[in-house]
Design a protein around this ligand. Structure first.
Ligand code: NAD
Length: 355
């Protein structure tokens, strides 16, 4: 099993270094993995003039999964769009057809204070938002701004999903639920939008192959409300690109700690790109202030979803829980007056907790 490691820019190299140390520790304990590092984003642009060089694509193609840090920085903001660091990530998503975006929102009891909601509403929250990433109104044609018959400007977009696009994300949802609490809530607006009536019909059809998983449907406006009212009712939420864009940000903010949240983008083969949801945090880069836990937890997702190593994934997640229970905090998750540790020390603590 091979993992391509793409550290990227800003805090990317610092946080991926800790995740790599975790993987090396598991490897010494008998997990057979090979790691190969490659450049992406601004670092790749500086070295070769391209944020996603052919050599990096080749490393990723030879791997079973990609561990990605973060890309971007103010020094690249004036580059032409095609050369910007973010293009490295967008092109990787397109190249590998990564249509399924998995974003867990987990609230560790010790960090429930970081949420803007009451601690009892969020403590122990563990939900997974599965967002379709390559279809929907963001990509549908025709689209544009035109002059209408009344002579005024009119904007228009096309919401569109094919049956096969819905079918494959539904399969991903049911399979993910089997690795969790076995419940899927499909979110749509089937009372108003034909596209999402088809969404509901196809998800219901695919469910016939997963009768061990419980399926419910919810309208998106209700889902937005329920996420705030009682988020712990959900296990897996599956939804389209636009609704998922909004609901996944809402869910991540339930936790209040951006440095803790991992994510995955998968294709139909189970190949995936795993990354923290945060960016390259140039304001704290190189200062030993970055929280490496989102990246370490992304590594656990990688082991679970692309390498089928649930045992190793469980071990990492248990180690993170243990470290938090012991009171270790990087600055971003510390309460006023609490002692803090740096990036590497947090990595050391997770490795020690692996046992
Ligand atoms: P950001 O997520 O990088 O930072 C937002 C805030 O959160 C900052 O104050 C930062 O210090 C803090 N933060 C982020 N991650 C942290 C961590 N692990 N530990 C502690 N604190 C952390 O978002 P931004 O400032 O809007 O963007 C900075 C750069 O990152 C931009 O160039 C942007 O384009 C890029 N970006 C990249 C990705 C990606 O690579 N997937 C995602 C978002 C933004």
């Amino acid at each position: 099993m091979k993992i391509a490691v793409l550290p990227g820019d800003g805090i990317g190299p610092e946080i991926t270094a800790q995740a790599v140390r975790v993987l090396q520790t598991l490897s010494r304990d008998g997990l057979h993995i090979e790691l190969e590092t490659a450049l992406v984003g601004g670092a790749a642009f500086d070295a070769s003039g391209d944020p996603l060089p052919a050599a990096t694509i080749a490393v990723c193609e030879s791997a079973d999964a990609i561990l990605f840090g973060a890309v971007g920085g103010p020094q690249y903001d004036t580059l032409p769009r095609a050369q910007r660091p973010e293009q490295g990530l967008l092109r990787l998503r397109k190249h590998f057809d990564l249509f399924a975006n998995l974003r867990p929102a987990i609230v560790y009891p010790e960090l429930a204070h970081a949420s803007t909601l009451r601690a009892e509403v969020v403590a122990g929250l563990d939900l997974l938002i599965l967002r379709e990433l390559t279809g929907d109104i963001y990509f549908g044609q025709p689209r544009g701004i035109r002059i209408n018959e009344a002579g005024e400007r009119e904007g228009f977009d096309t919401m569109r999903y094919s049956e096969s696009e819905i079918r494959r994300i539904a399969h991903t949802a049911f399979q993910a639920a089997r690795k969790r609490a076995g419940r899927v809530c499909s979110v749509d607006k089937a009372n108003v939008l034909e596209t999402t009536q088809l969404w509901r019909d196809v998800v219901t059809e695919v469910h016939q192959e997963y009768t061990d998983v419980a399926l419910t449907h919810m309208y998106v406006d209700n889902a937005a409300m329920q996420l705030i009212r009682n988020p712990k009712q959900f296990d897996v939420i599956v939804t389209g690109n636009m609704f998922g864009d909004i609901l996944s940000d809402e869910a991540s903010m339930l936790t209040g700690s951006i440095g803790m949240l991992p994510s995955a983008s998968l294709n139909a083969r189970g190949f995936g790109l795993y990354e923290p949801i945060h960016g390259s945090a140039p304001d704290i880069a190189g200062k030993e202030l970055a929280n490496p836990l989102a990246t370490i937890l992304s590594t656990a997702m990688l082991l679970r979803y692309s390498l089928d190593q649930a045992g190793a994934a469980d071990r990492i997640e248990a180690a993170v829980r243990q470290v938090l229970a012991k009171g270790l905090r990087t600055a971003d998750i510390a309460q006023a007056g609490e002692a803090t540790v740096g990036t590497r020390a947090m990595g050391d603590a997770v490795i020690a907790a692996l046992g």
